[in-house]
Design a protein around this ligand. Structure first.
Ligand SMILES: *[C@@H]1O[C@H](CO)[C@@H](O)[C@H](O)[C@H]1NC(C)=O
Ligand SMILES: *[C@@H]1O[C@H](CO)[C@@H](O)[C@H](O)[C@H]1NC(C)=O
Ligand SMILES: *[C@@H]1O[C@H](CO)[C@@H](O)[C@H](O)[C@H]1NC(C)=O
Length: 305
């Protein structure tokens, strides 16, 4: 009975490996070409509106990612300087390094360099939003969906925000290729939506079931609500990267369930053995005769005081 309950739980928490992706048709003609654009400027406010296409890569272009240092390996890109305190940015960068330092080797790249889990972060103020209801909706060669939503004609729905973030994060993961065996995770935060999205490669997503990701997202949001845009973002990211490290180090709820399940099976086995033996113990449990079933025969062990 208990085992049945645990098994049901196990089925519920078992990671859904393949994240569902909506297929979009390819654009035709000039719409298909990606012309190297970086961002567009919002009419009126001149705020930069990013799509994942040509979003700066922190490993190649850390200056455009808002980092002033010359040396080092960077995995955090913040071109809009949402985190202006460089000390905090460095601390977040350290947390990303720690994930690479402290998780298991997943594979080796073509040069034989061992790869652990790798996490990169992209922070944007505003994001390009596609018109998902358009009958002409299509994807260009770099994975951007067209046409754009006319934001002055209608507001995007929460579902469209989720899909916009997914396309951005998955697109960035495909372009940056920070891991060669699905050991990559991209965290994208968009200030305009006040929301974070986690895109995980195949190896990483077995450690990050949707429930875990939803949990991280909710917790991140609670930091924004409590501390506001600036400090909330710093605290939320810090929390999220710390949690990602622990999660990617192993022991997910699914693993814990599996271990619990095995333990319960073991206990059940012992109980059954005890039940079988108990019938014999009852006869002479206080006596000096002990019987142990061993193999096919019954071994009688008599001790005399
Ligand atoms: C940046 O953050 C560090 C660490 O929290 C803090 O000590 C420092 O005062 C901050 N710098 C500025 C200019 O606020
Ligand atoms: C990560 O490992 C490198 C090389 O072993 C070491 O120099 C660095 O201090 C470590 N960083 C962190 C944050 O763990
Ligand atoms: C966007 O919508 C507004 C209001 O409906 C309209 O005036 C404007 O022409 C539209 N812009 C584009 C590029 O379609």
């Amino acid at each position: 009975m208990l085992l049945a309950v645990v098994n049901t739980l196990l089925v519920i928490v078992t990671p859904v490996l393949a994240a569902q992706t909506r297929p979009y048709p390819q654009c035709k003609g000039p719409d298909f070409r990606f012309d190297g654009y970086t961002y567009t400027l919002a009419p009126g406010t001149s705020e930069r509106i990013w799509s994942h296409c040509s979003f700066p890569n922190p490993r190649a272009d850390h200056a455009r990612c808002g980092r002033t240092e010359i040396d080092g390996q960077y995995f955090l890109c913040d071109p809009d300087r949402l985190i202006w305190n460089q000390t905090i940015a460095s601390q977040l960068e350290d947390k990303l390094t720690e994930i690479r330092n402290r998780t298991s080797t997943m594979c080796r790249d073509s040069a034989g360099v061992r790869e652990t889990f790798r996490v990169a972060v992209a922070l944007v103020h505003r994001m390009y939003i596609p018109e998902l209801n358009s009958p002409q909706l299509c994807t260009n060669e770099c994975g951007r969906l067209q046409p754009a939503l006319n934001v002055s004609s209608r507001q995007q729905s929460q579902e469209e925000i989720d899909e916009t973030l997914r396309v951005f994060a998955d697109g960035l993961r495909a372009l940056w290729k920070i891991g060669t065996c699905g050991n990559d995770v991209i965290v994208v935060y968009c200030q305009q939506f006040d929301q974070v999205y986690v895109s995980a490669g195949s190896a990483a997503s077995s450690f990050l079931p949707p429930e875990r990701v939803a949990d991280l997202q909710d917790k991140f949001r609670s930091f924004l609500i409590e501390f506001g845009h600036e400090q909330g973002l710093e605290e939320g990211l810090s929390y999220m990267l710390g949690s990602l490290k622990v999660t990617l180090q192993g022991l997910t709820p699914a693993h814990i369930m599996l271990i619990t399940n095995m333990a319960l099976l073991g206990i059940l086995g012992v109980l059954m053995l005890y039940y079988v033996l108990g019938k014999k113990f009852k006869v002479d449990v206080w006596g000096n005769n002990w019987r142990w079933p061993l193999g096919s025969g019954l071994v009688r062990w008599t001790s005399s005081p």
